[in-house]
Every structure is written in C-alpha cells, then in structure tokens.
Ligand binder design. Sequence first.
Ligand code: HSE
Length: 358
Amino acid sequence: MTSHYGFGLVGWGTVGNGVLQLLHDDASLLQERCGLAFDCRAIVTRNLNRSRDQRLRGQAKLSTDLSAILEDDAIKSVIHLVGGTDDAFDIAAACLRAGKHVVTANKALLAERGRELFPLARQHQVAIAFEAAVAGGIPVIASLRDGLVANHIHSLHAILNGTCNYVLTQMEENGLDLNEAVGQAQELGYAESDPALDLNGTDTAHKLAILTRIAFSTVVEFGSFSVEGIQNITADDIASAKRMDCRIKLLAVAARRESGLELRVAPTLVPLDHPLASVPGNYNGVLIDGHAAGPNLLVGQGAGALPTASAVLSDLVGIATGAYQETAGVFSFFEPSEHVPVLAERDELTASYARFTV
Ligand code: HSE
C-alpha cells in the first residue's frame, strides 16, 4: 500500500515549477522507488497573478500567507525556493520552528546565515537539506557526505556557476559579448534574479563555502577568502587563453596545505587537457581529490529548472524515507570538528596572468 507524504512549497519560480513538473509527469517513478506518494498540499508565493500552468498545482492550496503551510499538520517538509537572506531566513526559521523539515536551494542563506539556522533545526529536531544549493543536478553534497565519507579531502577544484560557464562558453564558441551571453543565460533560467551575483563570483563563493564546510569539517566564513568574477573578461582575454592552449573558467579552489586552507574564486586559465576545461555551457564540474578514493570528477548541469528540481526531490525523498537524517548526522554542518585557518592570499603560491596593451 502506498503511503502519502505531505509537503509545502514556498516560491513558485523557475525551480519550483520544475519540481511540480517532475512530480506531475513522473509521480509513479518515485512511488515505485520509495513507496511514497508526494502530495503538494500548499504553495506559498508572493504573486498570485503571475501566469503559471495551474495543472501542475493539483490539489495544492495557493496562498500568499505562510500560515497555509505552518498550520497544516499534514505538511512534514517544506521546499524552500526563496532567494536572498532576509525574508528567506524568516521563512525557513518559521518552518523549522513549526517542526517542519526544510529543503532549500538557497546557497546565500546557508553560507551567510547557516550558523543561525542549523542550531534551530537541531533544537526542533528537524533537518535542513540542501543538495540543490550547490552544483544544480550534480549530487555533490551526497557524494562528499556519504560516498567519500572515508576520505580526507586534499583538494576541490570546481566550476560552480552555470551562468558564468555558459557565458564564457558562448563568448569563446560563438563570439558573443558578455552582456549578450548574460541575457541568454537569464532567458534560459540559469541566472540569479540579480545576475551580478553570478558574474562577480559571489554565487560561486557561497557554494564554495558550503562545500568546504563538508569536505574539510571546518567552518569557513563567507568573506574570509578572495573572490574575483568574470565581469571584466574580454574577447581579447579569451583569444589570449586560446593562444596558450588554455580556456578561461571561473574556478573555485579549496586545497589543504600544511599551514591551512587555500581558498579562492577566480577566473583561471585551465589547460585544454585538464578535465575541467571541457565542461561546457551551463554545466558544472567538481574535481574532488580524496586520500583513499583519489580524484573523482563529477560533471552535470549546474543550473536550470529540471536539474535543480532533481536535486530538490532527492532531498525530499531522503527526508521522507529517513535516509537523510541517518547520514546527515555523521557530519555536523555548523559545529566543525576541526579549525583549519584560511591562508591569507599572500601565503598562497599561484601563477598569475597579466595582459598589457602596448
Ligand atoms: N545562478 C546559479 C548558476 C543557479 O548559474 O549556477 C544555480 O545555483
């Protein structure tokens, strides 16, 4: 017999629509795999008048008032797809206080205010799951948390922003200028509502801060490492990279050194024969070097409605079946077991590229 699992959705935007679409089109898949039917009981959104495919809503109540979710005892988990760190924090905190698990895709919220949210979750004995917050459809959180749990991680080198990777690919392959390519990324649903957060490296830095906490069991404060974006990359830079048999990628780097952690986000010349050089378009790539498993490369779509919805639903299923709570307990997201200092930029030894017009 199939049991029913009630959840609520806050935020019916690109990803929320992807979640509803996957559940609408493929409900029987999840039912067969985990024996549960997922019922969306309430959707809370800021704007009721926005045009949406109402068939996807099914029986869910549509409201602008969060109490539609908080007061429904049959809602066990809340899919939280709200951007920013203010209202998004209040909404997540209210759900946790009401004893509901939270599945979020909001990386800024976790990187900047996770320290406040996770203790709240523990206090109310509920979980915060966040696979969708990093690298879209790639199960990178589960890989670090579960698959690589027996490894000391030496380093992470990653492309974590689908918009920037799409923009750099379009500039290189189709000669688009940066603004044209950003416009396309917005239309395709990859970019943040403020695409400056993609371009200036902030979004990548949020994701790096989250991955670093899990990979190195240490707390890394957002803002404690250097972040540079791609907003000043020109067609000339792309052409110069090509002459050096390289490609420019916005890389997030976390590497364990004897005296601490080397951390940075920067546009980087990646040699064409390096596996991350061939990660195209809106794809992300995460190269994780563990002491036992050695290097592991994960590649997949890092942005977009369905890839991100896939990650959201993996968390919802994990929570509903109890699997998430079992494995999430092995690492404590905001109570680090180690205090590893972040190395100052001057203590890092890296090569740099400078181009002069003479
Ligand atoms: N704007 C983000 C990106 C969305 O382009 O990667 C996924 O986090």
